[in-house]
Design a protein around this ligand. Structure first.
Ligand code: GLA
Length: 372
């Protein structure tokens, strides 16, 4: 079974330019790209000021466009993700009138970035969006669109980038590296990940349970409550012994949620160190611990993701596997010997009750300004 190889940036760029010319009657003046991401380890730690270890993917969102003088924003997506081309036109926000979210939903990410873009005044613009990042697969299609939009606006007028895991990796990812991000200090360091004998296999469960968006804020609040109960600014400041000692200050559920986060921050530090010294076995073990902790303590996995992980773990040559991203569906990430990839895909699909899709991606670069 072949994994889907993402189309090259040049191909997507050519498609976007063609569509722009057809729609707006001129060549676009600017082009940018921003990648999707897969998180290798460090799940549900970013909003607890912890550590995360994502890598940028070769799956990208491309935005081409030109400024316009009538104060309008005119958007077209020909994305393979959408059934057919979608168009939207709206005036730039003013002090009296802000941009309202609406339909189509993808455009809300563009609107959000425009609304909060710090440099004013912003010129209107026409743009075409194409993307190879699957929508709703937990690979950060929305952050890649936000970062592509942000990078595009920076080209229209200068500004300063900021953000957390998805946005940071989409901006700062570097080919051949994962990125260790300290979400407290926002310091980043590159972790080499370019061994040709190693592969990162992403398996999309192709399910997304509706719990995903409602449970996320609940988890986040639970973490903040535990930190507060222990008199700490965030769970980043909490050691496992302190958490255990303070057990009676929190609910049983709160304790388990926090135990995941505190353990996951430690695993991420250990994981980055293991990867740096090429100890894939150690990294794989940490991935599996991470998955079980997300499943049992944080309770953000689902039967489909558990099935995919167990199926991957039974394949020789697999170092580790875990759910990645927010949970309740989306993707798993598996670290394995490159030579085992084909067997792993077959076996996982065979064991999986649903239909899986596979992506094999090298660690790629973050957002780019492309030359036209
Ligand atoms: C989602 C969020 C990220 C992060 C992950 C969990 O993907 O967008 O910021 O919290 O969940 O690690």
């Amino acid at each position: 079974m072949a994994a889907w190889r993402p189309p090259q940036v040049e191909e997507l760029l050519a498609e976007a330019r063609r569509a722009f010319l057809e729609e707006f009657g001129a060549e676009p003046e600017l082009a940018v790209s921003a990648p999707g991401r897969v998180n290798l380890i460090g799940e549900h730690t970013d909003y607890n000021q912890g550590l995360v270890l994502p890598m940028a993917l070769e799956l990208v969102t491309i935005l081409v466009g030109s400024p316009r003088t009538d104060g309008l924003v005119s958007l077209l997506t020909t994305s393979k993700n959408a059934d057919e081309p979608q168009r939207l036109q709206f005036p730039l926000p003013t002090a009296q009138r802000s941009l309202e979210p609406g339909i189509p939903q993808w455009a809300n990410y563009v609107k959000g970035v425009i609304q909060h873009y710090p440099a004013a005044p912003l010129p209107g613009f026409s743009a075409v969006v194409v993307s190879s990042v699957p929508l709703g697969g937990g690979l950060s299609s929305s952050a890649s669109l936000e970062v592509a939009t942000y990078t595009f606006l920076q080209q229209l007028c200068p500004g300063v980038p900021c953000g957390i895991m998805d946005q940071l990796i989409a901006l700062l990812g570097q080919k051949g590296h994962a990125l260790l991000i300290d979400c407290r200090s926002l310091e980043t360091s590159l972790v080499p990940l370019s061994d040709p004998k190693l592969a990162v296999l992403i398996t999309n469960s192709n399910v997304r349970h509706s719990l995903a968006s409602s449970e996320y804020p609940i988890r986040r609040r639970q973490c903040e409550e535990v930190a507060q109960a222990l008199g700490k600014e965030s769970l980043r400041e909490v050691r496992l012994e302190e958490l255990e000692a303070g057990r009676e200050l929190m609910s049983k559920e709160g304790f388990r949620r926090a135990r995941h986060v505190v353990g996951e921050i430690r695993r991420t530090a250990q994981g980055a160190a293991a990867l740096s010294r090429g100890d894939y076995r150690a990294f794989g073990r940490l991935m599996v611990e991470s998955h079980y902790s997300l499943r049992d303590d944080y309770e953000v996995s689902c039967p489909e993701l558990d099935q995919l992980v167990e199926a991957a773990l039974s394949v020789p040559g697999v170092y580790g596997s875990r759910m990645t991203g927010g949970g309740f569906g989306g993707c798993t990430v598996t670290l394995l010997e490159a030579s085992a990839a084909s067997l792993a895909m077959h076996h996982i699909q065979e064991q999986y009750s649903g239909t899986a899709s596979f992506y094999l991606s090298q660690a790629a670069d973050g957002a780019q300004v492309l030359s036209l």
